[in-house]
Ligand binder design. Structure first.
Ligand SMILES: Nc1ncnc2c1ncn2[C@@H]1O[C@H](COP(=O)(O)OP(=O)(O)OP(=O)(O)O)[C@@H](O)[C@H]1O
Length: 349
């Protein structure tokens, strides 16, 4: 039998909150699947339905309709006892850490093991290993109030990993942290994803988080998933206005308007096309562009360019004005596309 590569499969998931005077549709027929071993991000504006979605996956919220399969098990149809066992496979971390203030770091991390009735010696050994993993071995006896935000989240991560989960859910885990601490926590999530082959599903409103750690992303808007894709593809060609505005918050893709309106094309016979080329990886567009210019005898003016990184991969944008006879311009674009470049025509002046 073929091994199932999906860790989470969500079908037709809806959630309606009914309050005495209104019904709020927080999720509307959501379908989504998450592969084993990936870091999957869900991004959306406030109120889009992110928290509801992630909380349905471990049944902190009961779906109104639909099914959720986690690691081959239909979570929505379990009884209380089965659900308690299934939840041991699902760790969760939170924006405000949710640590027990009266317990030490060590006892916070050991808490889920106590609940799972793991023998004390074994639990203590596992707790020490987890503290080592998150870089807090020397703070075992501290209380949460004595820790920085980043350290508190490390405790949260160690506690979430205590029962050896297959899935880690992250509910805005870096939203309360400063940018530098955010980066170190995201780095830790990447490390544990790799070392433990742990699948991570995170929700965020911050596209930087998606850019730093995620393999794939889903954009949620108004209770519905409006786009799902590889993070690099969504960054290079966002398919919806919501995705585009999220991408624009971290990567400047916009060509300044004054450049777009200034054309160097002259006369009846020459036209100009403004294009944006997105390139991924080390293949800068440069040699392809110079060979296009030579091959078709057109002019290319560079309007704007930048290079960024998505996860660890260089990712760039270059805006050009191509000038030449209309038919030749079209052939030039076909040539660039045939060389694997992502091309967007910004106008047809
Ligand atoms: N317990 C509840 N009772 C009634 N309405 C709720 C409840 N929880 C959430 N909602 C509503 O459901 C919708 C989705 O909320 P949700 O918290 O899932 O969105 P979100 O994307 O996580 O937003 P935020 O980033 O602000 O937390 C919102 O309109 C919200 O007001």
């Amino acid at each position: 039998m073929r091994e199932d590569t999906k860790l989470i499969e969500i079908k037709g998931l809806s959630k309606v909150y009914a309050t005495p005077n209104q019904r709020v549709i927080a999720l509307d027929k959501v379908n989504l699947s998450v592969e084993k071993g990936e870091i999957f991000g869900i991004i959306g504006l406030s109120g889009a339905g992110k928290s509801t979605l992630i909380r349905c996956i471990n049944m902190l919220e009961t779906p109104t309709e639909g099914s959720i399969i986690v690691d081959g098990q239909e979570i929505t149809s379990l009884n209380k006892r089965e659900l308690r066992i299934a939840r041991q496979k699902i760790g969760m971390i939170f924006q405000h850490f949710n640590l027990l203030s009266s317990r030490t770091v060590f006892d916070n991390v050991m808490f889920p093991l106590e609940i799972a009735r793991v023998p004390r010696q074994e639990a203590a050994k596992r707790t020490r290993e987890l503290l080592e993993l998150v870089g807090l071995a020397d703070r075992a006896d501290a209380f949460p109030s004595q820790l920085s935000g980043g350290q508190k989240q490390r405790v949260g991560i160690a506690r979430a990993l205590a029962n050896g989960p297959k899935l880690l859910l992250s509910d805005e885990a870096t939203s309360a942290l400063d940018p530098q601490t955010t980066r170190s926590i995201l780095q830790l999530l990447r490390d544990i994803n790799r070392q433990l082959n742990l699948t991570i599903l995170l929700i965020t409103h911050d596209m930087n988080v998606i850019k730093e750690v995620c393999d794939r992303v889903a954009v949620i808007d108004n209770s519905q998933i409006v786009e799902v894709g590889d993070v690099l593809s969504v960054f290079s060609s966002p398919g919806t206005p919501t995705s585009r505005s999220f991408v624009n918050t971290v990567i400047s893709r916009e060509v300044p308007a004054e450049l777009l309106h200034r054309s160097w094309a002259q006369g009846e016979q020459t036209h100009s096309k403004f294009i944006r080329i997105s390139f991924i990886g080390a293949s800068a567009g440069e040699p392809v562009i110079s060979s296009m210019v030579r091959k078709y005898g057109i002019e290319a003016n560079i309007l704007y360019g930048n290079v960024d990184r998505v996860k660890d991969i260089p990712f760039g944008n270059l805006a050009l004005e191509l000038i030449g006879p209309p038919g030749v311009l079209q052939e030039s674009l076909d040539y660039l596309r045939s060389r694997g470049l992502e091309i967007e025509v910004l106008n047809n002046a």
